[in-house]
Design a protein around this ligand. Sequence first.
Ligand SMILES: NC(=O)c1ccc[n+]([C@@H]2O[C@H](COP(=O)([O-])OP(=O)(O)OC[C@H]3O[C@@H](n4cnc5c(N)ncnc54)[C@H](OP(=O)(O)O)[C@@H]3O)[C@@H](O)[C@H]2O)c1
Length: 305
Amino acid sequence: MMTISTSTRNDIDMPLMGFGTYQLSVDQAEFCVKEAINSGFRHIDSAEGYNNEEGTGKGIQQAGISRDDLFVTTKLFPGYSQWGVPDRNYDQTIETLKKQLKQLQLEYVDLYLIHGPMSELRLEQWAALIELKKLGLTKHIGVSNYNEKRIQEIFDADLTKPEANQIEFHPLYAHVELTRFMKEHNISPIAYSSLAPLSTWRIEEGQGGEVLAEIKKESQTVIKDIAAKLNIPEAKVLLRWGLQHGYSVLTKSSKPERIRENLGTYIQFAGSVEIERESKQFITKFNICRTFSYTLDSEVFFFRS
Ligand SMILES: NC(=O)c1ccc[n+]([C@@H]2O[C@H](COP(=O)([O-])OP(=O)(O)OC[C@H]3O[C@@H](n4cnc5c(N)ncnc54)[C@H](OP(=O)(O)O)[C@@H]3O)[C@@H](O)[C@H]2O)c1
């Protein structure tokens, strides 16, 4: 049986459970990040594109724990012409992290990611991330929403390899080949939107949880069954599922009781064997390889040439 505790960290010293901040307002980010740290989260996931880093920074400060105990990730928004956001060049990428650090009230982040391979300047941006690591403004560098082809571009350019790749990962989008590829190249996998299969995922107006809702229904019955068998909440079934596939798992909630409940995924890991058995069924039956997290066509992120 797999044993995980709140102090378990992966190859880049990242605590395996992380608190996400997408779709939180500045004030919510301040409240929820403080709440998450006070509840025991030691890994916070942020991004320029979430427009709430000021709140995240305040929440971190108010929690008052030692900087060394906290792992903070943030992301560069690389630019996206279809949204009218110009591509970031090398110098702008360097300047962007400096601005983000001011918002976050931090001297450095633990991990800096390119949010997606949407920009034609992605190799130039990657070179800037390598420099940011040399400058000590980030301890580790990585990418997000990159498939094998996009990671291979970095290898082909003979540049330092990414240390992590953050992707949507749950039984309905199980990335079997990409997971194998990342393992082979020692790239730490990080899962986002692990809770996307749930009926409670992003249900507030404008959050986009209605995407592919019909398709989720059958898998929800299976998740419910496993949760009932193990006597744990459905969210924990999915978070454990990600952990059991070797991923660090991010989860977001605006509600203190859920923040605490989700972190509890670490605890009482007994019963994980059953999820392992069921996971084969999840993958073969439900993996439709489609994104729930973006209303955009995932081809934009993964396969643009
Ligand atoms: N790199 C990328 O492109 C990318 C994309 C998406 C997300 N991310 C990161 O990954 C993080 C996690 O992804 P996510 O935001 O989709 O979060 P998630 O944890 O997969 O799902 C959050 C949703 O589930 C609900 N929820 C949370 N805990 C629950 C529980 N115990 N039971 C039932 N429902 C629950 C939340 O509602 P309430 O808030 O109302 O509790 C919210 O609607 C993000 O916040 C962000 O930091 C990265």
